[in-house]
Design a binder for this molecule. Structure first.
Ligand code: SAH
Ligand code: SF4
Ligand code: F3S
Length: 473
């Protein structure tokens, strides 16, 4: 299965939102996002922040006056992709110049943070480099860029979230019935393979009041499902009104009270931050979906220690047992890295054993990619590329079989589906199960936005087919 990270390397294709500014909208903006869901959230907020400046969104680079590449640095391939994109944009910019027009190019996100001014050296067509903590300053940067290239990769003292323009109801509506909401950013864990603590900075949580207001605004505009986001979302420790610290569990409980909101999810979590109250929330909060992404990376204690994950394989297995005891129908997904420096065949077998023991509903898996500035990259015992490839294929086979078995086991069962759009064929509607599987069923378009009980009758390789139950019809 392609990971959501890899899949997101392809342009994030939301429908361009209409401009809030009516006649004032004279310029066109394209934000192309790579990497994780937090980048998808950020991309939407960048468009929101630029809307009052007269920018409306377009999906076509040829129409754009400003293209923002919202980049990802997590693996070498993701990072390199930016420069091939920039090469294409430079040619477009030259064509524009020949016509006497201009195209401004901005690089935002994690590559911008990691490489800063280096980007301008590698690709002179770039006008703006802006880090993930500074994009609320985009309007000013766009103005400054008229006089030459600008860079802003500070970690400013002000919280960018407090300086962002909220989207109008119209804009929210065009983005669909499900929405991301970033509640926490950054990471203090410093896993030895990972760039995130360097590109996103220290862990910080948004204030509860602002999160609740944003969730309420989304719901008012018709959003039915919200996924709370953070690089380490279960380390959330936002401040409440009287300055007391809220846990993620408490936040979920509060957001569950919002009328009209049907579903809540959160991602991504670190096993060590799965606190008892959060586990309990899985049994108690009815709107919290029984699907948890809980990356473990490896099943070998030696490799887990070398990765600085700060728990053993056994701890993870015990945690899974506790979560399943709280919510027996919960399904789990995870991330794995194969070929971390020093990984032996025995270590890899331990990873396969953990996979067998847990039985995941879906899994993302990657070959270790040495990242500049991380301790893992400094090691001298790197695993050969062919060995990584072979392990990736073996692991892939195993987890793919688990994913298909999980999907097949749903045939004959009834699950709730949130219908989000018309289906592939006329008369069909399409939505998602609690486990994020795509489900198609015969039903009227008027049911889009509803959560309805569906009996699963068939399982394809990438979607399930179902029939609305008597009561749902
Ligand atoms: N904060 C999350 C995920 C961050 S990145 C967490 O802690 O789980 C998403 C995934 O990318 C990671 O879980 C890991 O599996 C993968 N990843 C991160 N750095 C990598 C690297 N250098 N090489 C290969 N995969 C990597
Ligand atoms: Fe990266 Fe580890 Fe932090 Fe996740 S917990 S973002 S893998 S350093
Ligand atoms: Fe990539 Fe940055 Fe997200 S490195 S995975 S875009 S936090």
């Amino acid at each position: 299965m392609k990971s959501d990270l890899e899949a997101a390397l392809v342009k994030t294709d939301w429908t361009p939102a209409p401009s809030d500014q009516g006649a004032k909208a004279t310029k066109k903006l394209l934000v192309k996002s790579f990497g994780c869901q937090m980048n998808v959230y950020d991309a939407a907020r960048m468009a929101d922040v630029l809307a009052p400046e007269g920018f409306s969104e377009t999906a076509a680079p040829e129409d754009a006056d400003l293209v923002i590449l919202n980049t990802c640095h997590i693996r070498e391939k993701a990072s390199e992709k930016v420069f091939s994109e920039l090469g294409r944009l430079r040619r477009l910019k030259e064509e524009r110049r020949a016509e006497g027009k201009d195209l401004r190019i901005a690089v935002a996100g994690c590559v911008a943070q990691a490489e800063g001014g280096e980007i301008l050296r590698k690709q002179r067509a770039v006008d703006i480099v802006v880090g993930p903590q500074s994009y609320h300053r985009l309007p000013e940067l766009v103005r400054l860029a008229a006089d030459g290239p600008v860079i802003d990769t500070d970690f400013p003292v002000e919280d960018k979230f407090n300086h962002l323009t909220p989207p109008s109801e119209d804009r929210i509506r065009t983005r669909g019935l499900t929405a991301f909401l970033t509640v926490q950013e950054g990471c203090d864990k410093f896993c030895s393979f990972c760039v995130v603590p360097y590109t996103r900075g220290a862990e910080a949580s948004r204030d509860v009041e602002r999160i609740v207001a944003e969730a309420e605004a989304l719901t008012r505009a018709g959003v039915r499902e919200i996924t709370l986001l953070g690089q380490n979302v279960n380390a959330f420790h936002g401040r409440g009104e009287s300055n007391e610290v809220w846990s993620l569990a408490r936040l979920i409980e509060r957001l569950s009270e919002i009328d009209g909101l049907a579903r809540l999810r959160y991602t991504t979590s670190h096993p060590n931050d799965m606190t008892d109250d959060l586990i309990r929330a899985h049994g108690e909060a009815a709107k919290l979906m029984p699907f948890l992404h809980l990356p473990v990376q490896s099943g070998s204690d030696r490799i887990l220690a070398a990765m600085n994950r700060k728990h053993r394989a056994e701890d993870y297995l015990r945690l899974v047992e506790k979560i399943r005891a709280a919510r027996p129908d919960i399904a789990l997904s995870s991330d794995f890295i194969v070929g971390f420096p020093g990984e032996t065949d025995e270590d890899f077998e331990a990873t396969l054993a953990l996979i067998r023991a847990v039985d995941f509903a879906s899994t993302f898996y990657f070959k270790y990619s040495p990242r500049p500035g991380t301790p893992g990259a400094e090691r001298e015992d790197h695993v050969a590329e062919e060995v990584k490839a072979e392990r990736l294929a073996r692991l892939g086979e195993k987890v793919e079989a688990q994913r298909q078995a999980f999907n097949r086991a749903l045939v004959g069962r009834t699950v709730d589906v949130l219908f989000e759009k018309p289906g592939r064929r006329p008369g069909q509607i399409a939505g998602k199960s609690p486990y994020l599987q795509a489900v198609q069923a015969d039903g009227p378009d008027s049911m889009i936005g509803d959560v309805a009980a569906v009996e699963i009758v068939e399982c394809g390789s990438n979607s399930l087919f179902g029939r609305l139950t008597e009561e749902a019809r």
